[in-house]
Design a protein. Structure first.
Length: 300
């Protein structure tokens, strides 16, 4: 087994590196840190950036929580409710909401969990453009495929499919964005050691800046209209719906008595919901809606 402190330290350093990179890319705003403690054990560092040159609101959170394993976690882990075990969970979770309609929202989560003798890694990274640019989508997925291929040739296709299915808004019958990769319960077996799983998670975390910063730089100077801005707010509404209805991280945080402000950090600062909103035929908005479906290979 790898010492939990080694895993925690990686996640702490990852938070630092990502915050530094995002501050440099934004060029105006700085992260503000809010440290917190969980009464039952552990805590974290919530870092939020707001009202920047390109980032309207974003958060990069580190947490390490532990204590007696609640019943719902025992059920997920296949542990009998009568068995008394402790759990430990640590990771980094981030969401960035840009102020520019042509700069996409991005989300990443990398985490480690153990309860009793069981352990696994989970996480993922996905992109939610307000307007889908196929070149940007191809670039983003190519970065993720390169990371996956370094560790196992089956990872990208397997985890991309998982992301397509996970980041699907069932009540809207559309994907949240263009997906990415998603994985959970990566534990040890005859093919993978805990060290190999951890190496993969480290690569995913370290790929964030490489995959996202070029998309900021490419799109941040594009002109846009008030109509584009209103469409951005509508798409943010879809993002909020997914996080509040389906997101596992949100549910985990709330059900383990995590810090509510940190858990709901992922929500956009502004959003809108128009009744029965219709888009114009042959518009960029219609093109985006037609592309929000599972299984797009983006030419890879």
């Amino acid at each position: 087994m790898i010492d939990k402190e080694v895993i925690e330290n990686f996640f702490r350093n990852l938070q630092n590196e990502i915050c530094t990179g995002l501050e440099k890319a934004d060029g105006k705003a700085k992260f503000k840190e809010d440290s917190w403690k969980r009464p039952e054990g552990g805590g974290g560092r919530t870092r939020v950036i707001q009202d920047g040159a390109i980032i309207e609101k974003g958060g990069v959170n580190f947490s390490a929580v532990y204590g007696n394993c609640p019943d719902f976690l025992k059920k997920e882990a296949g542990i009998p409710e009568s068995e008394s075990v402790t759990f430990h969970a640590t990771g980094v979770s981030l969401v960035i909401h840009p102020n520019h309609p042509f700069v996409p929202i991005i989300h990443m989560n990398v985490r480690y969990f153990e309860a009793g003798s069981m352990w696994w890694f989970g996480g993922g990274i996905d992109l939610t453009p307000h307007y889908i640019d196929e070149d940007d989508a191809r670039f983003f997925h190519k970065q993720l495929k390169d990371v996956c291929d370094l560790h196992n040739p089956s990872y990208y296709s397997e985890f991309k499919k998982w992301a397509d299915e996970y980041f699907f808004i069932k009540h809207r019958n559309e994907t949240r964005g263009i997906g990415g990769i998603f994985f959970d319960r990566l534990s040890g077996n005859t093919d993978f050691t805990i060290g190999q799983r951890f190496d993969f998670v480290k690569s995913v975390g370290n790929s964030f800046l490489t995959a996202y910063l070029p998309l900021i730089e490419k799109n941040r100077t594009k002109s846009y209209s008030e109509e584009n801005r209103q469409w951005q707010l509508l798409r943010r509404g879809r993002y909020a719906e997914f996080n509040l209805v389906y997101d596992r991280g949100t549910k985990f945080g709330l059900f383990t008595n995590g810090r509510t402000e940190s858990i709901l950090m992922s929500l956009p600062p502004l959003a809108r919901w128009d009744y029965n909103h219709l888009v114009d035929p042959n518009s960029l908005e219609e093109k985006t809606l037609k592309t929000l479906n599972m299984g797009n290979t983006w030419g890879l």
